[in-house]
Design a protein around this ligand. Structure first.
Ligand code: NDP
Length: 307
């Protein structure tokens, strides 16, 4: 693989200005430039948020996201295109976002913000607020996101339980369950937090049976991908008070349609797929790209290679 031209596709603008990343990588021994769709095939490598068919003609594609469920693995492989992703950088950002959701629920911060919009001085019911220490969160997916969530919540006194395919122990988690024991793992905890990749196996992993297994005073958090959850089943559970509430960063359809009932529920926090946002994002992703350009020169295997 000869690397002469690296393009930063304009779709990364959804997360940071493309020119910031181009500047950050300007000292690489390759030509780096910001490109639109028509510039893709002139490059050897492309850094992008969105998939375009034209990337089948380049040698290497880097996704600025960890989730690469929108990329066609078979087509890339057939075309001999290497795909790398950005897993490994979202531990602290997503961990802090999830801590923020839990603190909102426990300290009722979302109620205060809603009341403030109405200039309403209204204290919570005497038994609505609580504290986090002594509660348990079950984190489904114990990779970068899951361990970042565990580290942040652990610091707030939350007990952590994990779910992964192997069930092998992971630092930061008191207990780890294999995924065939999912319903058991989520049955008696106050918080269920989803941090798995979207795959054939995890599609609609959280369905009516999963919500039925959870406590009716438990909160559900999804920072993974919308389709890991059967969204109508979640809405039914929330409407039936079979759950206390939910914090959702990702949805089956994004942007979340204006007529979704999730927008109007008091105990639901909606964020627009930004749990991992940080002003350092272009640096974090740039460091992975730089590492791989270095590895290309020394002939080492790519870091974070997916295809
Ligand atoms: P990692 O690859 O680091 O971790 C994924 C984890 O999921 C692993 O611990 C894996 O463990 C586990 N896992 C995989 N399949 C299953 C399964 N069927 N059942 C249970 N556990 C499973 O990925 P990241 O943590 O970096 O990212 C995870 C996902 O989060 C991404 O794919 C993306 O979709 C989403 N994401 C969302 C963001 C946002 O902005 N909201 C930001 C970044 C990521 P094991 O191999 O043992 O099963």
């Amino acid at each position: 693989l000869e690397l002469e031209r690296l393009g930063i596709h304009e779709s990364v603008a959804q997360v940071f200005p493309p020119a910031e990343l181009a500047d950050y990588l300007a000292d690489l021994p390759v030509a780096v430039s910001v490109i639109g769709d028509d510039g893709i095939t002139a490059c050897d490598a492309v850094v992008t948020l969105e998939y375009r068919e034209a990337v089948l003609e380049v040698d290497w594609v880097h996704s600025i996201q960890a989730g690469v469920d929108r990329f066609p693995f078979d087509a890339l492989e057939d075309a001999g295109v290497v795909l790398t992703n950005s897993t490994g950088i979202h531990d602290r950002t997503v961990g802090e976002t999830v801590a923020g959701y839990l603190l909102s629920f426990s300290r009722r911060l979302h109620d205060h913000v809603a009341n403030q919009q109405e200039r309403r001085w209204e204290r919570p019911e005497w038994d609505a607020a609580f504290t986090l220490p002594g509660s348990t969160a079950c984190v489904v997916g114990t990779g970068t996101l899951g361990t970042g969530v565990a580290e942040t919540l652990g610091g707030l006194g939350v007990d952590l339980r994990g779910v992964r395919r192997s069930g092998d122990p992971v630092p930061g988690f008191g207990e780890v369950y294999a995924n065939d024991r999912l319903l058991e793992a989520i049955a008696d905890v106050e918080f269920v937090i989803v941090t798995v990749p979207l795959t054939d196996e995890t599609h609609h992993l959280f369905d009516a049976a999963a919500f039925e297994a959870m406590r009716d005073d438990a909160y559900f958090v999804n920072v993974a991908r919308g389709s890991v959850v059967d969204e109508p089943a979640l809405i039914d559970a929330l409407e039936a008070d079979a759950l206390a509430g939910a914090a959702l960063d990702v949805f089956e359809e994004e942007p979340l349609p204006e007529d979704s009932p999730l927008w109007g529920m008091d105990e639901v926090i909606v964020s627009p797929h930004c749990a991992a946002y940080t002003r350092d994002y272009f640096r974090d992703t740039g460091d992975i790209v730089r590492e791989n350009v270095d590895r290309l020169e020394t002939g080492e295997e790519f870091h974070n290679r997916v295809v």
